[in-house]
Structure formats: C-alpha cells, structure tokens
Design a protein around this ligand. Sequence first.
Ligand SMILES: [Fe+2]
Length: 303
Amino acid sequence: MQADSLFQMQNNTKTLTSDNPYFLLSTEQNRTIEAHHMAQAQLGLEEQGWALFRGFEHNLDIFNQVVSNFCHKLTFDPARKFSSNMSQKVDAGTLAIGLHTENGNTPFPPHIVAFYSQKSALTGSQTTLCDGVSFYHSLPEPLQKRFSYPISVTRTLPKELWQTYVANEHPELAPGQEINFHHLQDVLNMVPGQSGKLNAQGELEYSLVVSPLQIKNGKIAFANALLGPSFNYEKPSYQFADGSYVSQSELDLLAAYAEEHTYELQWQDGDIILIDNTRIMHGRRAIEGDPKQRKLVIAMGRN
Ligand SMILES: [Fe+2]
C-alpha cells in the first residue's frame, strides 16, 4: 500500500487520557510525588512503556529526583543546552518531529527518557508516543522481515559534537581534560559495531550498526531513530549488510503505519512523563504560535 493512501485512512487522532492506570493524576493540587506513585510509574514502564504525573508539585529539582529514581547513569545529548546539571532544554525548531527513540543512532541510547513541561503551549506541539510493540505487530510480514536485520547508520559528526560525546562517555576522563584521538578510539572500542575516521577538518566520519527491533521480556518492538529528525546532526544514510539502502518510500510507509499506533500528549504545566526508550518512540506535532510559550525539559539515563 502507498503511504499517501494509508495516511488518508488514518486521521483519527488519539490522545493520552487519565483513564489509563499509569496516567497519574493528583487529586489534590500540588501534592508531593511519593514512593507509591513512583512504584505505580515503574509498573507503567514495565507494562506499557510509559507513565505520566499530572497535577503534582513540580520544579526542576523534583523532575531531576524523579528521573534519578528510575535511572542510575544519566546521559546527555552533546548538541543540547543544559537546564540544570541533569536535564537539558528541548529546542528543535517548530516543525513536526518524526517518531524516534532518543539518541537511537548513538552507541549508548538511554533506557529511559523523561520530559517535564515547565510551560505548555495552548495549542499544537503535542508530544507523540508510539508503542513499538503494537506497531511492529501491525506491520506486514515483508516489512517485519526487512527490518529484522542490522542497519549501518553513517554520517559525519563535527569536531565539537564528537568531542563532547567522548567527554561524556569515556570512563577515565577528568572534567575539562583535552580530548584526543586515543580517547575517541577507546569509546569506539567500548561498543561493537562502531567505526570512524577523522577527516582533514577534524570531523568524524562515523558508522554504527544498530538493530531496528528491540526485544525485551519476550516482546519485539520496532524502536529506533529511522523516522526521526536530524536537527543537530547531518542526516544519516541507512544501509543493510546486503548493500541496499533504506529508501525514502520505505520510511514514508513505516511512518504511515506508525500513525495508527501514535497517541498525542497535550501538555499541561507541570506534567512529567517517563518513557521506556527501548519500546516507545516519541516525536512532536508542529509548534503553533510563539515557540517561547513552551518550555520543555528532557532528561535521560540508563538503568
Ligand atoms: Fe527526542
């Protein structure tokens, strides 16, 4: 089926609502998030891949405490600005953003991604969530099969970006220490499937093998960054081991199928959502009006 006709069939927008047991809605204004709320959120992550807090007391410190409760090691995207020592601002233009796992094209994608809406837009800019498990099971068999093989993701990274990444991930670097080729080599050796060489400008010509499918607790999820944006990075090329490239028409078709499994989160001030980044892909509808009306913070980590 063509992607266009699939999109036309699927214009029924679905929204996350509080009738979900893991959409935790505080009955009292500004209630403190307690241990039993965290336990419920943990169940939500395990059972459906996300949990949301609404109406609770909130600030940047509380957000960081919540995320720390679920993640041991926090990871950062070197292309983003920091809001605190643990979280970063989401600032990626105003266009819609395709579904992706956060940092899915890096060797250390986080297990958990969390967003906190300090200030919410009145319309538009909904965050989108797509359950990779139901999405995978809805795909026609030839597509399931095609994406069951590893894919090489190749692109050129500017010097500043790869150096910041190495500084974050290298286990033995002191803060502020100068990053050299040996540190880069150490990080390339930490995870199999990576290769890279520096060009004359000091940019890294980098390639990483990723699996488009993630398997956890016996469930298969289509969860990767193939449909995602490249705001802060060069758009990568995606190639299978047989030499064939993932085509734009294949990506369009996947995006059309994914829409059927996509839910929107219409943000309210103080909302905090936790997302299992190994199962759920997220994105964003286009921002309407002044982007400054919206202040969204991201944090992520591994558990
Ligand atoms: Fe993202």
